[in-house]
Write a protein that binds this ligand. Structure first.
Ligand SMILES: [Ca+2]
Length: 209
């Protein structure tokens, strides 16, 4: 029995090291500079992408003293999204981690029942998109942690992500993550009309664990 406990402890410690030994798990806490975060150029002129501006802000934060503020202009009468992206090569290896997550806050005057968020990655040498299978609903006046599990099937397929063109998404492809983006979606049900929202959304504490 003692032997089993010792072996179990060693396995647990080696598992933790697989994550921690790859570097600090806090990717971005938005304390000083905006770094390479911005609204992607490709979204210029796209009617359903409504991000307007991005900056560091001390208005509200989930860690430290500041966060990333994303201005949005949601029309309310059709599906739209606001997107912000780290626009440099992250050179991030996610293999060995269990989750990637970000904290997101929407103000009390936002129409929370129709706002939800996803994490999106650009991966490997093909620069293809991979995104969370389900968007996480946001709550007005509260920080919500949008967590994307990196759990796989026995064949190494990611359970909670979808790839462009519905190809299989493999954990192996996350050995080379180029970019990370966060997309806020509004009014996913096209038959449902709702109030417009011109305001800010805050993002903080992008971590891997
Ligand atoms: Ca912060």
């Amino acid at each position: 029995m003692k032997k089993c406990i010792v072996v179990l402890c060693i396995l647990m410690l080696s598992g933790a090291c697989a994550a921690w030994c790859q570097g600090t798990p806090v990717l971005f806490d938005f304390e000083n500079e905006i770094e390479y975060w911005g609204i992607p150029d490709w979204s210029d002129g796209q009617f359903d992408v409504v991000s307007t501006r991005v900056s560091i802000s001390s208005d509200i934060f989930s860690t430290g003293k500041s966060s990333l503020k994303l201005g949005c202009d949601f029309p309310g009468n059709s599906w739209a999204s606001a997107i912000v992206e780290y626009q440099n090569d992250l050179k991030l290896n996610l293999k060995g981690y269990k989750n990637i997550s970000a904290d997101i806050f929407i103000p009390v005057n936002a129409p929370a029942e129709l706002l939800a968020a996803k994490i999106i990655l650009t991966i490997d040498s093909s620069w293809q998109w991979i995104e969370m299978r389900k968007a996480v609903p946001l709550k007005k006046g509260e920080w919500v942690t949008v967590k994307a599990p990196l759990e796989t099937t026995p064949a190494g397929e990611l359970k909670h992500w979808i790839c462009a063109k519905n190809e299989r998404c493999l954990l192996d492809q996350l050995g080379e993550v180029k970019k990370i983006a966060i997309r806020i979606e509004y009014n996913e049900n096209k038959g449902q009309s709702a109030p417009e929202y011109k305001g800010d959304i805050y993002i903080d504490n992008v971590i891997i664990e």
